[in-house]
Structures are given as C-alpha cells and as structure tokens.
Design a protein around this ligand. Structure first.
Ligand code: GDP
Ligand code: GDP
Length: 454
C-alpha cells in the first residue's frame, strides 16, 4: 500500500498539464505592411532569424527566443496564422483573438505614417476586451518630426503609442523597455547548473548487485559493514572516478548498510530509492538480467521518469545470461519497458567487470540530453512541417490548431505547445516520437505540455 501511495503521488506530478510556467510570450499583431516582420527582426537582432535551413519559407518560422535587459521571452510573429482570410479586417481581428488567447503580452503594430485605419480600429476593439497587457507600437517613425503624428493613435484606446522605427532601429530600445515591463513575473529559473561532479543515483531492487557494482566502480573492495543498532548514519555520497571524471553517487551509505532483513525494510528501501533519485540528476537503474523483469523493477523505472531524471538502464549479472535467457529478456523488455524506449541499455557484470566502463559514456549522453535546449525558431520550423504533414485529429468536429511551441525548460526538457484545442495523448506521443527522431534526447524523459487558452 505504501508503494502505491508513492507511485500515485509521482504520477500526479507528471500529469500536470500546466506545470512549470514557460517563458512569457509576446505576440506581434497588426495588418500587413505595417512592419511586423521588420520589427521582429529588429528585436531579435536577427540572431535567430538567420537559422534558416529552407530558404523562402520564412512565414512558417513564427516563434523565436528573445532577450532584453536579461529578460527572456518568446516572440511570436502572427503573420502566418490566417493565410486564407475572408477579408482583411476579419483576418487581422482573428489573428488578434488568437494572440490574446496564447500570449502574455500583445504588441500591436500600426503604421504611424498612415494613422489608424478601420482595420487597426477593428483589432484595437478586440484587444481592448483583453485582460492581457497591450503595447501599442507606432512604427515607421523614422525621424523626430513624425513623433507628433503618433498622438492621434491615442484614439485606439490602448494607451500611449510608442513611436519606433523598425527599419532604422530608432527608439526600439524604449519600446522593448515598455514591453519587458509589461511581462508577467519571471518564471523560476531552474536551469542554473550546480557546480561540481554530476549526481548519480544507483538504484534497483534488493540483491540486483548495487553494492557489488559500486565496489567494482570504486575499484576497492569496500567492506559491507552491518549497521550498528541505534546508529543512524546520515546519507553519504561516494565520489567515484569514471572515465577520468569524478561523479557523485548519491546516498550510497544505504548500499553499505544491511537493512533488508528488518521489518518494513522494503518500504524503507523504496523511500530511500525515491530520495536518492530526487537528489540525483541521472539514475542508473540496475536490473537483474538473469531473472524476469519484475513489477518492482518497473516501478523504479517509473519513479525515475516521473521525477524527470535522466536514465540509464544497466542489466547486471550478464555473466549468467545464455542465448535462451537473452531471447526471453528481449521479449520482457519489449513488453515491460515500452515507456522508456529512449533509455540507453548497458549489459554489465559487477562480478566480472564486463562492460562497466560503458556506464560513463551512457551517463554523459543522458545528461547531455537532459540539459539540451532546442532554440524556439528551430523548434517551430520543424513543428510546422510536422503538423502540416500530420495535423492533430479532429475532435468534436473541430480541428485543434497548434500555433507555436517553445521549449520552456530543461532538466528534463519540457515543451509547451500553444494550441486552440485539446490534443489527445496519442498525438502528444506522436509529437514526442518525432521530436526525438529529429533532435535526439537519448536518455532523458521529455515532457510535452499543452497550453490551451480559449
Ligand atoms: P509586415 O507585413 O507587417 O510584416 O511588414 P514588413 O515588416 O514586411 O514591412 C512592410 C514594409 O514596410 C517593408 O517594405 C519594410 O521595409 C517597411 N518598413 C518596416 N518598418 C519600417 C520603418 O520603421 N520605417 C519605414 N520607413 N519603413 C518600414
Ligand atoms: P544489492 O542488494 O543490490 O546491493 O546487491 P549485492 O551487490 O549485495 O549483490 C547481491 C548478490 O548478487 C551477491 O551475492 C553478489 O555477489 C551477486 N552479484 C552481484 N553482481 C553480480 C554479477 O554481475 N554476476 C553474478 N553472477 N552475481 C552478482
């Protein structure tokens, strides 16, 4: 029962649709030719816009990472959202509706040399209903003399017009200051890399060979000391050098203590497993290759995935595996480990030392993936192709649209898809599979959250 409780808590955490707040989103709206793309490029300093593997398809690349005064945000050029509209006014208004639904701040661009047109007014009317902040950019103010003209744009009812010249860059810094001030509180920065050796949890059910492997890795026959009754030893980590690099194996004191025989030992062992995983960055889940995979093995794997840690699967006691067992094991893996096809598998023997030096490269691969971030521009370029080829299934007569995506976080990599409707689990798994095919991410769970704001 205690096991189940642990698992239920972990599972709940992983199902949160709206977990960690992604970096704030700014959507740029306005009618054609007011200078939206020019302004987007100006704000980006054209850094990410340069990443173009397919020339001539710029409209697909709608979302980018931007930074101003240390604030990161996702900048969305809504130009590509409504290609076949039923008239300009309706189409720009629809674009504004979508922007309001998905963005934290809307940047409305108008052409100050033209003044407010009826299409601008239609958009402004939509945006005035929004609870989200709107910043009004009066573009094409290429010189001082034009600034006075922007005063007429107060009539849009969206506050002070910010004069700017996207083309020449005039006052773009002031505009960005206003924009960044309008952003919601910065999400918790979870990406900071803690210094020192990377933290590894060596976990697995009792008797799978954890102490033996640790001894093999440390190269010393560390005596397994029975804990003296009444002495509680604080969790102690071991520094282990693998492949010329130090690693911190967390909470290994438990591996040296023998508590399996005590009553309730299994429960305490599971708690310790959970806490080791939580304090690690990557887990080696040790499995006994000579025995059938058990529920307990799969529970430990699930705990790692739900905790969002990188994962290496090590099949121990490989010295006992013959052809027949090997075939069985393949079937057990196909059946039992379906959730983690992305995890690297290493076949080791703590007894003979077989393949234990393959652990360090596998750990490194997993951690590199765990830390990996796909730039927003590249992500959207890939995603728009994917969705064009295989759109999400229609639900209740409606085709959900995926407007754009960002990788909101790392450790583990977390994608946020901004959509106009619910995406079923099957489609999210499809997106994950394709994402991995394209970008790798071997050895780490990848989370896909969907933000629907309708
Ligand atoms: P979008 O359709 O809103 O994305 O507009 P574009 O960015 O494609 O710009 C439309 C036209 O306006 C282009 O010819 C730009 O060079 C021009 N333009 C954009 N910003 C400015 C500006 O600040 N000043 C002037 N004079 N022209 C601009
Ligand atoms: P722990 O409970 O996970 O720490 O497991 P131990 O390291 O105490 O190992 C349990 C038993 O499995 C011991 O008798 C070990 O000698 C044996 N063992 C560990 N690794 C191997 C291996 O690679 N091959 C074989 N044949 N036996 C192993």
């Amino acid at each position: 029962a205690e096991f189940l409780r642990l698992d239920a808590a972990a599972a709940e955490g992983s199902q949160a649709e709206d977990g960690e707040p992604p970096q704030p989103v700014v959507a740029v709206v306005g009618r054609p030719n007011v200078g939206k793309s020019t302004l987007v490029n100006r704000i980006l300093g054209r850094r990410e816009a340069v990443v173009q593997d397919t020339p001539g398809v710029t409209r697909d690349r709608i979302a980018y990472d931007a930074t101003w005064r240390g604030r990161r945000f996702t900048l969305v050029d809504t130009g590509g959202w409504e290609p076949n509209a039923s008239g300009l006014q309706a189409s720009v208004a629809a674009q504004a509706e979508l922007a309001m639904a998905t963005a934290d701040v809307v940047l409305l661009v108008v052409d100050a040399t033209v003044g407010a047109t009826s299409a601008d007014e239609a958009v402004a009317k939509v945006l005035r209903r929004s609870k989200r902040p709107v910043v009004l950019a009066a573009n094409k103010v290429d010189d001082e003399r034009l600034v006075a003209e922007t005063a007429s744009l107060w009539s849009l009812g969206l506050g002070e017009p910010q004069p700017v010249s996207a083309l020449h860059g005039r006052s773009s810094g002031d505009l960005l200051d206003v924009l960044v001030d309008a952003l919601p509180e910065a999400p918790r920065e979870t990406d900071a890399v803690a210094g020192g050796p990377r933290r590894v949890a060596l976990v697995g059910k009792p008797n799978v060979g954890k102490s033996s492997l640790l001894n093999k890795l440390t190269g010393e026959e560390r005596a397994v000391v029975d804990s003296v009754a009444g002495t509680t030893v604080d969790p102690v980590d071991s520094l282990v050098e693998l492949d010329g690099e130090p690693w911190r194996f967390v909470d290994t004191a438990g591996l040296r203590k023998r508590v399996q025989t005590a009553s309730g030992a299994e429960y305490y062992a599971s708690l310790r497993t959970k806490s080791a995983i939580d304090s690690a960055e990557v887990a080696i889940v040790l499995l006994d290759a000579s025995e059938p995979l058990s529920e307990q093995d799969l529970r430990i794997v699930t705990t790692v995935v739900d905790a969002g840690r990188a994962l290496v699967l090590a099949f121990n006691k490989w010295d006992l595996v013959d052809e027949e067992r090997r075939r069985q094991l393949d079937r057990e893996i196909d059946r039992g480990l379906v959730r983690v096809p992305w995890a690297e598998r290493v076949n080791v023997s703590a007894l003979t030392g077989r393949a234990v030096r393959k652990l360090a490269p596998a750990l490194r691969t997993a951690l590199t993936s765990w830390d990996q971030r796909v730039p927003t521009g590249q992500l959207n370029s890939w995603l728009s192709d994917l969705i064009a080829a295989t759109p999400p299934p229609v639900r209740g007569g409606k085709q959900p649209k995926v407007l754009f995506a960002t990788q909101a976080g790392v450790r583990p990599p977390t994608l946020v898809l901004f959509t106009t409707g619910f995406l079923e689990a099957g489609y999210r798994r499809f997106v994950e599979r394709k994402f991995r095919e394209r970008f790798g991410f071997t050895g780490t769970p990848v989370r896909i959250n969907v933000r629907v704001r309708e």
